[in-house]
Write a protein that binds this ligand. Structure first.
Ligand code: SF4
Length: 453
């Protein structure tokens, strides 16, 4: 056809800042490669009881599992961290150990946040001068023991104070886990039955609350009958329309959710929730693509098949773990392509003690949010959020103003929290969040050095 020009459509996918191609390869890493797991059978590996019996709780046990892959230098580094810096005890399920690269443990992203090294912490600024052990003031917002009422229509129930895995950056380091040399933990004063009863009573008499996060700790550490009794109680409260169960163990110990007894209990709850028009969802906490394995996907699929409305991921942005466009998008694609898990939030790491080496500045988080836009479906594009003390979650782009030199971002809020009763003009105040000092220009660093002096 003379005179007509032919349009050549070029494939520019390889030129994109992030290159995506679907890969059907999705296999459980072979645990037999690790010295301590050579003799472990498939039946044992898939058993929640075996996983729980073999939780790694000490450097000695870690050495037994990893053998010569764990050098003496790293052993000493972990030991020093445990005495001088760590805010959480060591507790790592075999399932999580098996997702680490034994040939490069120093740089492994999962090791970096689950088993921190002393040498990784920030030497000059291990903690921000404004860091606090309950940095989100959750305890101050307890309306009854363990129930944080911060937002107008939503509450957070901390119904158990332990987990089957302890993360180095845990925001609830004030309450969660056993005491460690650096932190003596807060203890619940009430017995479990009375505490859960008081939470249900509060919700019955507070019709303005419609949405509850049932968390801890990790709900996987609650006996099934207690969790079922509590959630059934919630389902009987007319005003409760959304229930989100929170468990990192869906990733850390998916075997727990594949046990017959746990599955039957969750299935009964999903059925009841559906009949009552209540949205029951599971929220998990996955920080790296390597953690999403076929067993995790199976546990998630099961929940959806039972009638759970969704399985969503709330990760935490951590330097050296996932602070790049590639790491975040790899994780999100693994979640949606293989895990049937919706990427929902990435939180900025909270201002708890000894967390500076993990934390990012607000500016870095804003850049990452920009970098991940447009690749995933809109409904699965996670929001990067800053949990601003005394305010709550804000999208990282929602700063009112931002002093980059001092690393202080200012935020506003549009509702009153439980601790605002005596705060004049709480709705017009500016609330502060602080960037890690070592990310600041020289003058900013000098400001905080003087502040600390
Ligand atoms: S699972 Fe959640 S509550 Fe438990 S230690 Fe990790 S971050 Fe904290």
């Amino acid at each position: 056809m003379g005179g007509q020009t032919k349009t050549v459509i070029k494939d520019i996918s390889t030129k994109q800042p992030y290159f995506y191609r679907y890969s059907s390869e999705f296999v459980e890493p072979d645990w037999h490669r690790l010295p301590g797991y050579r003799q472990v059978t498939e039946a044992e590996w898939n058993s929640a009881i075996w996983q729980k019996r073999n939780l790694v709780k000490s450097v000695r046990q870690l050495k037994e599992v990893l053998g010569s892959h764990l050098s003496d230098e790293i052993v000493e580094d972990i030991r020093k961290d445990q005495t001088d810096r760590s805010t959480m005890a060591m507790l790592v399920p075999p399932q999580m150990i098996n997702t680490m690269n034994e040939h490069d443990l120093k740089n492994d992203p999962v090791r970096r946040y689950m088993i921190p090294l002393f040498s990784e912490r920030n030497i000059q600024w291990p903690s921000h001068p404004k860091a606090q052990r309950d940095s989100l003031h959750e305890h101050e917002m307890w309306v009854v023991e363990g129930l944080t009422h911060r937002y107008p229509t939503k509450v957070l129930a901390e119904i158990v104070s332990t987990c089957p895995q302890y993360c180095g950056h845990c925001t609830r380091m004030d309450l969660v886990g056993q005491s460690v040399p650096q932190v003596s933990k807060r203890k619940f004063a009430l017995g479990q039955k009375e505490r859960l009863g008081q939470i249900l009573d509060y919700l019955r008499r507070t019709p303005s609350v419609r949405d509850i996060v049932v968390s801890g700790g990790d709900i996987a550490n609650l006996p099934s009958e207690i969790l079922e009794h509590f959630v059934t109680g919630l389902l009987e409260i007319e005003n409760i329309r959304d229930i989100r169960l929170a468990s990192k163990a869906l990733m850390g110990l998916p075997q727990h959710f594949l046990q017959d007894e746990v599955r039957s209990m969750l299935e009964r709850l999903a059925k009841k929730a559906f009949e009552r028009g209540v949205a029951l969802a599971m929220h998990t906490h996955i920080n790296h693509a390597n953690s999403v394995t076929p067993l995790v996907a199976k546990a998630s699929e099961n929940l959806l098949a039972m009638g759970f409305r969704d399985v969503r991921n709330q990760g935490v942005l951590l330097r050296g773990v996932n602070n790049s466009q590639r790491a975040l998008l790899d994780l999100c694609f693994r979640l949606v392509d293989h895990g049937r898990i919706t990427p929902y939030y990435f939180y900025m790491c909270d201002m708890i003690p000894n967390a500076e080496h993990w934390r990012l500045s607000v500016a870095e988080a804003q850049t990452l949010q920009h970098q991940i836009m447009g690749y995933l479906p809109g409904f699965a594009t996670p929001r990067l959020v800053c949990d601003v003390p005394c305010v709550g979650k804000r999208w990282v782009s929602q700063t009112h103003s931002y002093n980059r030199e001092l690393g202080i971002s200012y935020w506003t809020k549009n509702y009153l929290t439980r601790i605002d009763d005596d705060v004049p003009d709480a709705l017009n105040k500016l609330y502060e969040y602080y960037d890690p000092v070592d990310t600041l220009p020289e003058q900013g660093q000098q400001y905080w050095a003087k502040y600390n002096a």
